[in-house]
Write a protein that binds this ligand. Structure first.
Ligand SMILES: *[C@@H]1O[C@H](CO)[C@@H](O)[C@H](O)[C@H]1NC(C)=O
Ligand SMILES: *[C@@H]1O[C@H](CO)[C@@H](O)[C@H](O)[C@H]1NC(C)=O
Ligand SMILES: *[C@@H]1O[C@H](CO)[C@@H](O)[C@H](O)[C@H]1NC(C)=O
Length: 423
């Protein structure tokens, strides 16, 4: 019973609405001012599916100007997005009128979906975001009586940018975007730059973590061997971006210098107690900690390794060598047996010649056992008179000094080649 009532109600309502849309109320009249007349005349048998030229052999010249507002990278830094106002200007041959016939109207505003519009496609677009990013735009365009159409849609283009992180965090990236017509040849739709100011950077705001240094623009004529009679011109924009590095630099560059100083200092300490061993082991541990830390900081999936990682890797190896060296020195210092002749010879060679200027470290002798070996072992008579038990210490001093100098040189080279700096 109630369903019947509802059905009647719905039928009545739809009849009422249908009656309302079918005919205007009698007090409404068709507008008759000049602008309405112009609209009506312009769009009379106009079809926005076809290029707006009277002769199909002429090309539509579309002028493009980018007013760039904002640029951002995505978190993984594979794609970047440019937000801009894109001014597009072309001539629609069917959209001209004589102003004196229409009350001196020289220009009118028209919705872009009523007009033919050029489909400017981004060729290196990120395909995932292209799902919702179309080369069509919807905005209000300005139409002048000469037929010149100017549209300024606010567009965001997402392109793929291969980043090179070698000099991270002081890297500069060049990201390029190619625009053109997806299917039209240059003889049909010819994209060119505005003669003046093809790229405008007023009101530009730097995106998070990046600073725009420059925008280069270039028109590629697009002549290919396959098709001598047609061209495929493209507009190429290159955005040169610099990373804002203050944060990453504080986290990465300064600590790596601190670690280097720690390793070098510990190599200068004596081996009498275990301070040196502890300090240098701590430095190695610091390397591990640090590598784990900056693993989170450095963007992954980069084409090349950031040189700061190579620096840490090599610094780790130097530190490991430092640990082994310390163990060796501790072993040498505890030697009580007389040194073999080749060691004595090396010592003699070094300490007599200019080599003695190289040796600057002092490994302390073992206090008690040292004197014992000097006095107590005499009755055995096995110690050769030429052998000095301090030969081991001399060798240790020599080794320590030479290895320190080598480590210093290695670090100098590493710092010069691997520590990124702000250009
Ligand atoms: C980016 O491209 C411009 C122009 O091609 C060039 O001058 C500049 O050196 C490039 N920068 C980098 C970091 O490759
Ligand atoms: C396209 O525009 C460029 C630059 O204005 C011009 O050199 C070229 O001849 C044009 N191409 C066609 C097919 O009109
Ligand atoms: C290019 O145009 C010339 C002259 O009109 C014609 O002879 C030639 O076949 C055309 N080539 C192609 C690939 O269409």
């Amino acid at each position: 019973m109630s369903t019947h009532v509802y059905f009647c109600l719905i039928v009545t309502i739809s009849l009422f609405i249908g009656a309302k849309t079918d005919e205007c109320p009698p007090d409404r009249e068709e507008q008759s001012h000049e602008e309405a007349k112009l609209h009506k005349d312009l769009f009379c048998s106009y079809n926005y599916d076809y290029r707006p030229v009277k002769d199909h052999k002429t090309s539509v010249n579309v002028k493009v100007r980018f007013a760039i507002k904002y640029i951002s990278f995505d978190a993984l830094e594979e794609t970047f997005t440019v937000h801009s106002w894109v001014a597009l200007k072309w001539k629609d041959e069917f959209m001209s009128w004589i102003p004196s016939n229409y009350g001196d109207i020289k220009e009118i505003q028209v919705e872009s979906h009523l007009l033919w519009t050029p489909h400017m496609a981004l060729f290196n677009a990120d395909a995932t975001s292209a799902m919702y990013q179309s080369d069509q735009f919807y905005t209000t365009c300005l139409l002048a009586n000469t037929g010149t159409v100017t549209c300024v849609p606010n567009l965001a283009h997402t392109g793929i940018c291969r980043t090179s992180l070698r000099r991270w965090p002081y890297d500069v990236q060049n990201c390029t975007m190619f625009f053109g017509s997806w299917m039209h040849t240059g003889e049909q739709v010819n994209f060119t730059f505005y003669q003046q100011q093809p790229v405008v950077l007023e009101d530009f705001q730097d995106g998070p973590g990046w600073k725009l240094l420059n925008v280069y623009h270039e028109r590629l004529p697009g002549n290919y061997h396959c098709c001598p009679n047609s061209t495929y011109p493209m507009l190429k924009y290159t955005f040169e971006l610099k990373r804002e590095a203050a944060g990453p630099a504080a986290i990465v560059v300064v600590p790596s210098v601190v670690i280097v100083i720690l390793t070098l200092t510990s190599l200068l300490l004596g081996v009498k107690d275990t301070t040196r061993l502890l300090l240098i082991c701590f430095s190695l541990y610091g390397h591990f900690m640090f590598l784990t830390e900056i693993g989170y900081e450095i963007p992954k999936y980069s084409a090349d390794t950031p040189i700061i990682l190579l620096f840490l890797r090599d610094s780790m190896i130097v530190t490991l060598v430092g640990i082994l060296e310390t163990l060796l020195l501790m072993y040498l210092r505890r030697q009580k047996l007389p040194a073999p002749t080749w060691i004595v010879n090396i010592n003699r060679l070094v300490y007599r010649g200019a080599g003695k200027y190289v040796v600057f470290t002092e490994i302390e002798p073992i206090d008690t056992t040292d004197t014992k070996s000097l006095t107590g072992d005499v009755p055995l008579g096995e110690v050769q008179p030429s052998s000095d038990p301090k030969d081991w210490l001399k060798l240790a001093n020599l080794l320590n000094s030479v290895l320190f100098i080598i480590a210093l040189l290695v670090y100098l080279v590493l710092i010069c080649t691997y520590i990124p700096y702000d250009k």
